[in-house]
Design a protein around this ligand. Structure first.
Ligand SMILES: Cc1cc2nc3c(=O)[nH]c(=O)nc-3n(C[C@H](O)[C@H](O)[C@H](O)COP(=O)(O)OP(=O)(O)OC[C@H]3O[C@@H](n4cnc5c(N)ncnc54)[C@H](O)[C@@H]3O)c2cc1C
Length: 351
């Protein structure tokens, strides 16, 4: 594997935004699609456990590390032809979004400031402020480890749903190499504003378009205020973003939840979700269960800016973080009967 950079017994904590996790037996860094495919093929042929990582911003790696090969995808490639965008998996997502705004194209501007790589965005169907990549992805080019060949999956084949996809459902099968998007030329305007907080901040009604750059900068400002833009000097951003997904409740679960909420004379956020389900807010549940911003006295605490982010204050271990996560999950279950599910991918550990 010429060109692939290899390190034995490599610390993984510096490769994650939580700065947590023990070492990898071997760390490979691949800078071209061919290197990625060769590295994956070699690991699979040897029966070697493999963990693919991008920016490490959605990973909780155990203190014991990873007893196998970690492949860090550092490929580059940004191609814009008209409104068609193709990104190599290793491209830094937030920089790619900024470049599309510079080019005057709408479609992913509300996903500004999200850390990590382009290749990871289809994995959990990255979303924020009323946009998600599923709305814009046309094709994903991946190496299919089961078939041993390159495949091109159309949007409809990616099984995108809320913070989920085929890639997440079959975690050891696809290694994303390239992601293609259809953006929009909207005469310097943004996509229609969908998210209430953004609309309020911009002083427009939901559904209106605003100046593209204003939309982009507004989202960056809102995110920064919540500690959701990486800043190495700010421990509130030593996180994996939202630690729990917003619960999606069946009609029966929602009725039981409402009964608990009514008993306490509270009013819970609720949004319609597919198949008659209802989505509620994990941040609201955590806060109302008594875990307010900054909760915790140990080396891992809730962010002082956002109840949904679990953070490393500098000396935490993964076990410290998980102890806090379990306390929050159990507290929300006891208070509201709702089971919170972790959003980041766990490596060698369970909640
Ligand atoms: C401060 C902060 C804010 C965040 N805000 C948001 C937000 O608003 N919305 C949101 O959706 N997420 C958010 N996140 C989570 C995270 O940024 C995204 O999930 C991001 O897409 C992860 O990219 P990554 O390259 O860091 O992936 P990693 O953490 O490296 O990996 C995550 C998972 O994807 C897999 N993976 C990575 N690259 C590939 C590839 N090329 N092929 C196949 N599998 C791959 C990994 O194996 C792992 O399972 C936030 C995180 C942080 C730290």
């Amino acid at each position: 594997m010429e060109g692939v950079h290899v390190t034995e017994n490599a610390p993984l904590a510096p490769l994650t935004t939580l700065r947590l996790g023990g070492p990898a037996r071997r760390l490979l860094t691949a800078q071209s699609d061919d290197e990625v495919v060769a590295a994956v093929r070699a690991a699979d042929a040897a029966g070697e456990p493999l963990l693919v990582i991008g920016g490490g911003s959605n990973l909780v790696i155990g203190d014991a590390g990873f007893d196998g090969t970690v492949l860090r995808i550092a490929t580059t490639g940004f191609t814009l032809e008209g409104t068609a965008l193709e990104l190599a998996a290793g491209e830094v997502w937030s920089e790619a979004v900024a470049r599309t705004v510079d080019a005057g194209l709408a479609g992913i501007e509300f996903l500004a400031g999200i850390p990590g790589s382009a290749g990871a965005t289809p994995v959990q169907n990255v979303g924020a402020y009323g946009q998600e990549v599923a709305q814009r992805v046309t094709e994903v080019v991946a190496y299919d480890r089961t078939a041993g060949e390159l495949v091109t999956l159309a949007n409809a084949d990616c099984a995108f749903s809320y913070r989920h996809s085929r890639f997440k459902a079959e975690p050891d099968r696809y290694v994303v190499l390239r992601v293609r998007f259809a953006l929009e030329e909207a005469a310097g305007l943004s996509s229609p504003v969908q998210y209430a907080e953004v609309a309020r901040t911009l002083g427009v009604a939901a559904g209106e378009r605003v100046d593209l750059r204003t939309a982009f900068e507004t989202v960056l400002r809102l995110r920064a205020g919540k500690g959701m833009v990486l800043d190495p000097a700010d421990h509130d951003t030593w996180s994996a973003g939202s630690f729990f997904t917003n619960p999606v409740l069946s009609p029966e679960q929602f009725a039981a939840f409402l009964a608990q909420v009514d008993e306490r004379r509270l009013e819970a956020p609720a949004w319609p979700a597919p198949d008659g389900h209802t989505k509620t807010s994990a941040a609201w549940l955590i806060d109302r269960a008594g875990f307010t911003k900054g909760y915790g006295s140990g080396p891992a605490t809730l962010s002082t800016k956002h109840t949904l982010a679990l953070t490393n204050r500098g000396r935490a271990s993964t076990e410290d973080l998980l102890a806090l996560a379990r306390e929050v999950r159990d507290g929300v279950r006891a208070a509201f009967g709702v089971e919170l599910v972790n959003e980041p991918v766990m490596v060698g550990v369970r909640l």
